[in-house]
Unconditional design. Structure first.
Ligand code: M6R
Length: 604
């Protein structure tokens, strides 16, 4: 979602640094971009719809000796995708970049009836409020503090003001913002410093204000808490930079690269299991009657796969949709053990659920980003964190992070079985889990005939048991990557309604491993063929030996490795990812950054 970069620099390549910073944030997803620079004499800004590259190509940089600059990638929430709505927002005096959403914008607009509005954004209210307070004689700091006190919602803000050309202010509430030091150069502020050219950094706390000033060619920084007390010090942490340049390697895109990384990612998780890293969590699971997963999108589906595995071995397991839980539509028993699943650790819906339960429930955060907002919250409350160790995932379409979440879920299960059942049962599961990387390597060699999908009007993924959440995940991948409408269904539900959709134009993708209830899903397939619907049957040799329609023109059989439930979770998930990828390739979509979507979803 939106990305912020801001720089205080002694050097004159500030625009380049800002644009490089934006390029590093592109993975978050966005639809417009912009930049502003401030010098003693001039406030300059340029914005455009589309990519950072567009902005770079269009850039008409004036000659100016700027020490401060701010830049932004916007993912539209309030106000359409237009240049006027792109950030930085400005009234010619105050200039602002903003992540988050100001929910009381309409009310606040009444406080400044004379303001002239340039955009439809909520951000512009911040611009007008700060200018309003400065015009009344307040300092830049006071104007910022008084403005943020009035805001309801979430924000990360970096602000410049023409009357104060030697100061830059940053502040935040909920949306992350970090201040980095660039040795001998100045400061670099970003929504994600992991790829920024900084030596060390600090994270701003909620409602803290950071003020960077320039004097005699040196910069100084001050931090103020929400009570306006200057903080005597902040602990600067050493930056461990992640570099992504050329990291696509030989792959056409990040999605394909990340799909192919999965055997190694799972192997790494198996090694973590062998190191005994899951013992503590399995102890937590031991006397629980209720386990709950919170997660959105693919993370939710990973939780649903967990439900099928945990209900078999552990206890009643629920999966809660955070955006439904947060506003009182769902309950969570006092004695529950809750796993918050989030690749990014930033998804606001999941973060809100975590905030609601963190003081009163047992919670474990499972994420891929050690420095994420959820991880920090867990640390503050002494709650365990499990790092899924997938390595940075750049494609918006989650693949390796999804299977790494499954690997953690399976690892916790194996440790639980060791603790509560028997060593031999745990070892049996461990051995089966250990076979997964090799199985995935075989799946990754497959090429699917996707023609039917390219021509179809209705695509249904069908699964039973653990394959039902995989069907949901397959449909989500096809929507995101290939922009095709697909739904995932429990196969047994077909006859209760969806069967009405079946005709010559429809395709069902049946996920049907042979080891469990194959004959039941086979019946659902026969029902589809009988109504002239086409079927792509993902099964194995065990399933195939029981299938009566393999010669039908309406069926394409895809033979996957023979596997049992723990393995099915990975093998069938990777197969549907690869299928979605190959369809997307045929349709020529922007797979790494699908339209309208963001990697890190920081609005509700
Ligand atoms: O970072 P999170 O795991 O919290 O993200 C949750 C969803 O936004 C995410 O899984 C989304 O559904 C992916 N784009 C799916 O590919």
């Amino acid at each position: 979602m939106c990305g912020i970069v801001a720089i205080a620099s002694k050097q004159n390549d500030i625009a380049d640094l800002l644009l490089d910073g934006l390029t590093n944030l592109e993975y978050r997803g966005y639809d417009s971009a912009g930049i502003a620079l401030l010098s003693e004499q001039q406030l300059w800004r340029q914005r455009c719809i589309g990519s950072v590259k567009n902005l770079r190509d269009k850039l008409q940089l004036p000659k100016m000796n700027a020490h401060f600059g701010i830049a932004h990638t916007r993912w539209a929430v309030r106000g359409g995708i237009t240049e006027a709505n792109a950030h930085p927002q400005s009234d010619g005096k105050t200039v602002v970049v903003h992540n988050g959403i100001i929910e009381n914008t309409n009310d606040l607009m009444k406080c400044i009836p004379d303001a002239i509005w340039e955009s439809q954004t909520d951000t512009e209210i911040v611009v007008h409020l700060i200018s309003h307070f400065v015009n009344k004689g307040q300092s830049f700091y006071e104007a910022t503090r008084n403005t943020i006190k009035m805001l309801v919602g979430t924000f990360a803000l970096v602000i410049l003001h023409k009357n104060f050309p030697n100061v830059m202010i940053a502040t935040r509430k909920v949306n992350p913002l970090s201040i980095g030091k660039m040795h001998n150069i100045g400061f670099f502020i970003s929504s994600d410093v992991s790829m920024a050219p900084v030596d060390s950094f600090v994270d701003l706390a909620d409602n803290e204000i950071c003020m960077i000033s320039h004097c005699d060619n040196e910069f100084s920084v001050k931090f103020f808490d929400s009570e306006d007390k200057e903080l005597p010090y902040k602990i600067w942490r050493k930056a461990n930079k992640i570099t992504t340049s050329s990291s696509k390697g030989d792959f056409a895109d990040f999605t394909l690269k990340e799909i192919n990384e999965q055997p190694n990612v799972i192997q790494k998780c198996i090694e973590t299991l062998d190191n005994g890293d899951y013992k503590h969590v399995s102890e937590m699971m031991k006397n629980k009657d209720f386990i709950n997963f919170f997660g959105c999108g693919s993370s939710r589906y990973a939780g649903l796969i967990g439900k099928y595995l945990y209900e078999k071995f552990i206890c009643f397991t629920n999966v809660t949709i955070p955006s439904e839980f947060n506003y009182g539509y769902m309950r969570n028993p006092n004695e529950s053990l809750n796993f918050c699943l989030s690749q990014s650790g930033e998804t606001l819906d999941t973060l809100r659920s975590l905030e609601f339960i963190i003081d009163s429930r047992d919670v474990v955060v499972i994420t891929n980003v050690a420095n994420s907002t959820m991880s920090k919250l867990a640390i503050e409350h002494s709650k365990p964190i499990i790092d899924i160790c997938a390595g940075q995932e750049l494609s918006v379409v989650s693949t390796k992070a999804f299977t790494a979440q499954l690997a953690v879920i399976v690892s916790m299960l194996i440790e639980f079985v060791r603790l509560s059942y028997s060593e031999s049962e745990a070892e049996y599961l461990r051995d089966k889990f250990g076979e997964v990387p090799k199985m995935l390597k075989n799946v990754l060699q497959m090429n699917f005939d996707v023609q039917w999908l390219l021509e179809s009007s209705t695509i249904l993924f069908l699964g039973r048991g653990i394959c039902y959440p995989i069907a949901l995940e397959g449909a989500l991948k096809l929507k995101e990557a290939a922009y095709l409408h697909a739904e995932g269904l429990p196969a047994g539900e077909m006859k209760h309604g969806p069967l009405a959709l079946i005709d010559e134009q429809s395709v069902c993708i049946a996920l049907a491993p042979g080891y469990d209830n194959f004959e039941k899903i086979a019946s659902n397939v026969y029902e589809v063929i009988a109504r002239k619907g086409k079927v792509m049957l993902f099964t194995d040799e065990v399933g195939l030996s029981q299938f009566a329609e393999s010669n039908s023109d309406l069926v394409k059989v895809i033979t996957l490795p023979n596997c049992m439930d723990v393995q099915v979770a990975f093998v069938y998930s990777v197969a549907v990812q690869l299928l979605a990828y190959q369809v997307a390739k045929s349709r020529g979509t922007n797979i790494d950054r699908p339209r309208n979507l963001a990697k890190s979803v920081t609005v509700e």
